[in-house]
Ligand binder design. Sequence first.
Ligand code: SAM
Length: 211
Amino acid sequence: MRNNENVVFFKSLLKAPLKTGAFFPSSRNLASSISSFVNIPEPDEYILEIGAGTGRLTSALLERGIPGSQLIILEMQPSLVKFLRKTVPCVTVIEGNATDLLSLLPEKTIGNIQTIVSGIPMVNLRLSDQQQIVTAVKNVMKPDGTLLQFTYRPGSPLPSSKLGLDQRYLGHVFLNMPPAAIWEYKTAHHTALHPASFAFMNHFKFKRAGL
Ligand SMILES: C[S@@+](CC[C@H](N)C(=O)[O-])C[C@H]1O[C@@H](n2cnc3c(N)ncnc32)[C@H](O)[C@@H]1O
């Protein structure tokens, strides 16, 4: 099975190198480290994996104890989708682009996704493409939901402030070729000041200035 997995992965790399973004599937170490940051969902919550590849992270999420009935995985390459439907039949496998999550996901999951685990090589994307994926993620995730992303490059793989995200570095996994970093993102909910607060502040500013 492992040989077959490598062949399927390698073919997808030849077909779409930038979208695949890695020479090998994630190691078991990386996959289990990422899954350790995923909480077991409540009965009405879901976990979504985007860019599932050959399903390394999927298997680790199932081993972590995420019920297959609450795990949805998305992949855009048809050959990989076929492979996933055969190898992880207990989860919902969806074929499509992560930019279209709102129309692709089952209605009951929208707004009930607790964590999204991403294998999509975000660093290879233009800002406008990152924006489309992050908007799609925010549209389907719970307001306090989490996006987990791994990267082989130094620094955050997403420009958080431009994308309206709060970021947190979770650590490195050195037993992976190449070593990878894991990052966590949440929707930035900046406390906006009510217009009345500005009027109140201006009142004192002008009073102090004797106006
Ligand atoms: C580096 S592989 C990761 C595979 C797997 N998650 C792993 O860790 O081994 C990235 C995968 O993301 C998929 N992908 C890239 N962009 C995507 C998009 N916009 N929507 C859905 N899948 C995408 C690619 O086809 C590829 O299978």
